[in-house]
Structures are given as C-alpha cells and as structure tokens.
Design a protein around this ligand. Structure first.
Ligand SMILES: [Zn+2]
Length: 497
C-alpha cells in the first residue's frame, strides 16, 4: 500500500543534513519512504492530511530504563549529598538482603506479582515513548525478564527498539548509614554476557527487523576489564552496537581512576571500545570537566577522535544539578551527541529544549546548541550511534518512521505564530503535541490514539504501583526511612479537619 502525507512543513534529508520543505509531501510504501518533496504525481492508495502540521522523522531515544520510574519520584528536589547527585544510588540500592519493593527489575522469578508488574512496566514504557513520538529506543541494561516483556509489547504496539539484557560484575548494597558496598561477582558478569549473546542470537531481527540486539555492560566501574574485552569481541562477531554508563558519576570517575590509574574514557580507549556505535551514557564527567579537578586530561579528544557517541539525557542530569560541559565542545571535538530520556518524562521535545538551553547557559553563548543541532541529535545522532543510515531521516529508501506534530492540538496557543517549525518545536513544544506516529510504514498512533491501549487504565495502574513502592520504602531503604523522611512534601500536608 502506498500512503501520501501532505503537511505544512516536511523535514527532508539532502544527504548531509535535514532540510525544510514548506507545503510538501512524504510518500511511503511498505516499510520504506518512496518520495519526499514538493509534490507527487504517481498513484497513491491513502492520503493523510497534515495541513498546518509538521511531518518529520521519528525520534530516537538512546537511553531508556524500562518502567514507570516511580522510585525516582522520591528524589525530586532532595537526596543525599554523599552520592554527588547519582540517582540510582539514591533509590535503587536496597538494604542488604532486601529488594526494591514493587519494581520488577528487582523481583526474582517465582514472585507472584512479577508477570503483572513486568507487563505493566513494558506497556507503560512502550506507550509513553510512542505517545512522545519516539519510533526507536535503546533499552539501557535491564534484566532479561524486562527485555522479554518489552519484546511482547513491541510485537503488539509496533515500535522499533534495541534490546539486550544488561550485565555487570556485582551489585551495590547499602548499610544503615547509607554507605555503599559492592558485592563482587566477576563470573556473574561473564554469565550475563553469555545470556545477552544468546538473547541477541535468538531475537535480533525479530518483528520484521524492528527489534535489534545491543550489548550493555551496565557500568564501567561494575565491569572487569575481561568483561569489557569480551563484550567488544562479541559486538564484532554479532555486528551489534554497545552501550554502557561511563564518565557519568563523580564516584565512578574516582573509582576508575583509583583502580585503573586512568579515567573511564581512557580505560574504554585502552580496551579499544571507543567507536561510533559505542553509546556512552552520559559521558559528562570527563577529565576536562571543571568540577573534577583532574589535570592533563584529554578525554574529549579521545572520544572525538573515535567519533564515539554519548547519550545526553539533559532533563535527568539537570534535575540533579549536573551539566554537559559543554555541547559545542563535544560537537567540535567530533563526539556524536544523541539524546536519551533515561527517566521520566520520556519527552524528547522537552529534552531537546533542555539540551539547547543547557548548551547556551553552560557555554554562556546563545549561538550554542541551536535548535538545528538538538533536533539532529534526537534523530540522526541516535541513528549514528546504532550504525544506521536508514533511520532518523526522511529520504527515498529510508525506513518509514515518521511523526506528525500538531502545533495547535488541544486548542494550544503555546506556539504562537510559527515561522521556523524546528525552532518553534524546540522552544515551545511538548511530547503531547505529537499527533500521529508511523513506524516501519505502519500507523501506530493516529491523532493521539494508540489502538488497543487504555491510557487511563495504564495511568491508574502505574499510580497504584507507585503508591506501593513509596509506601514500602522503609522496608528496603538501607537507612529505614519512610517516603516522607526521604522525600519531604513540597508544602506541608494540611491536617484533616
Ligand atoms: Zn542510565
């Protein structure tokens, strides 16, 4: 079937960069784009009227941790300074012998609520991403049950994703003072890698090619050199991309320097992992960073020379008082910047705006991190990190992953007069402005409606799951705090009566 979309603005591709086509059309047939331009004279079977709207490539979210992220709500505007803002140390490290209650990533097979929780988390993640115009996402290292649950939802909802169970050589536990201790398990890391390789062998190319594999040793500091070397070996054999958290935390930076006498980026360089298809999450604590007081570093040069990719998650790091220092230096060095959400909200448009504003503020220069560059990062930047030249752009032959964005949806006046659609989108847009999403030539969401998904039910289920996590914090928090103690209300609760 051949479908034509006629829009007020089309974002095309000239071989080097996006282009803006006023009053243009996109035609796709099967999985692929057939034509992008001013007008199309050939036969079409279906027409989609996007008058007044923007038609652009689907977004690529390169940093997704599956789930509703309810535990992360406990660290809004609060936390413990001893972790230097690192979110997962705040709310994902349970008391020794306990698990984070209500989160299926920490439940063991056999737990009776496991399957329902897995399904809810996978559905919530996939639907939230779809609702926000994300047509491809990268899951960043959740366990195999989470990956399998996502696979089911991808089959049903039609999104494209890179999956692979994450692995590491140990986990953190906390004592009653909040002190961290790592339980080391180098053999467990190698077993995890083996499981990931088997998962990828079985599922790479599933769902007509929408599902691809990725190898994710979760963090550099929880991986042995052997595990990273083996990961590289298998990535080459399987021809898959890799992702890992590196240069992402003050503690991790110091751990690696102490143990290996080099920075996390130097370590990845030494192993030979730096390459365009290595997605470094978040890559913002590098040797040149002014906050680390590290002398003589040249991480940016190493990253740029290798053309490696970072998943920059601007909302997530800004919320913890962190920055990328800075956007333009990374671009100038040759680093490929992609954008990830990491946690809530999985809103690529808000993330683009935050990346742009952060780039200007940190660089003290309003020419930095312009709308064009953050839009490129959210589309082709993500595609490059996956080694794909058929995603993140609309041109003849590329995959038909297309979003339509409505500047006036729900009677919004937020955009005001629109002159340049990309600048307007980055400055004024939110994910809910996404009107229609097409993945692989199939309409997955039309005018905000995703077939067979009850969004209000999903929201209610996620709320209930969140309440369960918050109300049981004292059982698994290393310091035994209640939610109120860990995360005081923004204003005092009014007393009843
Ligand atoms: Zn992450």
């Amino acid at each position: 079937m051949r479908t034509l979309i006629a829009g007020k603005w089309i974002v095309g591709w000239n071989g080097k960069s996006h282009t803006l086509i006023p009053n243009g059309v996109v035609v796709f047939e099967g999985q692929r784009v057939l034509y992008v331009g001013q007008s199309f004279e050939g036969r079409v079977d279906k027409r989609i009227d996007a008058a007044g709207k923007l038609v652009c490539p689907g977004f690529i979210d390169t940093h997704v941790h599956s789930g509703h992220r309810a535990s992360h709500r406990l660290i809004s505007d609060t936390g413990r300074p001893l972790y230097f803002g690192q979110p997962f140390l705040e709310i994902s490290v349970p008391k020794e012998g306990k698990t984070v209650s209500g989160d299926p990533r920490y439940l063991k097979p056999g737990d009776k609520e496991l399957n329902a929780a897995l399904e809810l988390n996978a559905t919530f993640t996939t639907v939230e991403l779809l609702r926000n115009g994300v047509t491809t996402f990268v899951e960043f290292g959740s366990n195999i049950s989470v990956q399998k649950a996502l696979l089911e939802q991808l089959k049903r909802l039609g999104t494209r994703a890179y999956l692979g169970p994450g692995y590491d050589c140990g986990r953190w536990v906390g004592d009653s003072k909040g002190r961290l201790r790592r339980i080391l398990d180098p053999e467990g890391g190698l077993r995890g890698l083996k499981q990931a390789v088997e998962f990828i062998r079985e599922h790479d190319g599933a769902c007509d090619g929408r599902v691809k594999g990725i190898l994710v040793p979760r963090e550099v500091e929880t991986s042995t050199i052997e595990l990273l070397e083996q990961t590289l070996l298998h990535a080459d054999k399987l021809r898959v991309p890799m992702a890992t958290h590196a240069a992402y935390s003050v503690l991790e930076f110091h751990d690696i320097v102490r143990e290996h006498l080099m920075t996390p980026i130097e370590l990845l360089h030494k192993i030979g992992m730096l390459r365009p298809t290595l997605n470094i999450g978040h890559g913002n604590f590098i040797a040149e960073g002014p906050n680390l007081n590290y002398s003589g570093g040249h991480d940016l040069q190493l990253m740029g020379h290798a053309g490696c990719s970072i998943s920059h998650c601007p909302i997530n790091i800004a919320r913890r008082g962190r920055i990328l220092n800075d956007w333009k230096s990374y671009r100038d060095a040759g680093v490929n910047i992609s954008i990830g959400s990491d946690t809530y909200p999985r809103d690529m448009i808000m993330n683009m705006r935050t990346a742009s504003l952060m780039g200007k503020i940190v660089g003290q220069d309003y020419f930095k991190a312009p709308a064009s560059e953050v839009f490129e990062a959210a589309t082709v930047g993500g595609a490059r990190s996956l080694g794909r030249d058929d995603l993140g752009r609309l041109q003849e032959g590329s995959l038909a992953d297309i979003v339509i964005i409505d500047f006036q949806g729900r009677n919004s006046l937020r955009y005001g007069p629109v002159r340049d659609p990309i600048k307007s989108l980055v400055e004024c847009g939110v994910g809910d402005d996404v009107d229609t999403v097409i993945v692989d030539g199939r309409i997955c969401m039309e005018r905000g409606v995703i077939p067979d998904v009850d969004v209000s039910r999903l929201a209610a289920d996620a709320q209930a799951a969140g309440e369960a996590i918050w109300s049981t914090l004292q059982d698994w928090d290393p310091c035994g705090r209640t939610a109120e103690q860990a995360s005081p209300w923004s204003f005092p609760l009014a007393s009843a009566g």
